[in-house]
Design a protein around this ligand. Sequence first.
Ligand code: ZN
Ligand code: FE
Length: 255
Amino acid sequence: MTLEIVTIPCLADNYAFLLRDQATGKVALVDAPESYPIQKALQDKGWKLDIVLLTHHHGDHIDGLPELVAEYHPQVIGAKADANRLPPLDLALNEGDTFMVGESVGHIIDVSGHTIGHIAFHFPSANTVFTADSLMALGCGRLFEGTPEMMWASLSKLAALPADTIVYSGHEYTASNAKFALTIEPENTALQTRVADITAKRAAGIPTVPSTLTEERATNPFLRAHLPEMKTAMRMEGATDVEVFTAIRKQKDNF
Ligand code: ZN
Ligand code: FE
């Protein structure tokens, strides 16, 4: 691995992540839900904070930033499209832009849908993507700002990354996502197996994040709207992928 990654539970059910470039010792943080657990993790590791990567403007992803900036003076990176409502950015980037954490190259992917201007951070050398509230473990973020078309396009971009990509999403919502997914595809054996694993992990207090893209493709209903078996499960055989995605998202909103 080119990056060492530390998962930090924050607030009730958020995750922040520290990533340390092994070659140079540079450390980046993905999202700042609250400062204390992040400061504690940095102290435990003996690391300082060089960069903060912000996925989107919601308070549960940025509210811890001011104290971290005051203590560590990191470079703050976020979406140019959202610069007007994010905390002050040192580097504002667009889809396709790259940035460095030491010698590790990060790529910006626009994953609008949950919010418009939500971005994901992809590190090909580490087979890793940080998706926050776009693609989540067995789920996807609610559509607060974007359209179903937008979210489906965003999820499709993430689904097209290499199958062994490790997906670090922003919340521990997996157990409730699992209950919902089983109502959509009760016969999906990969899903049944994964739900058993999730139940065991949660009972032991173990995070269900990260997951792999292979697992998500096989079990996450929101990545499966294009598949004939999903269209059959939804009784929407003649429908478009976006129509099926929209129907699944609507059912989840009312679940
Ligand atoms: Zn959010
Ligand atoms: Fe969130």
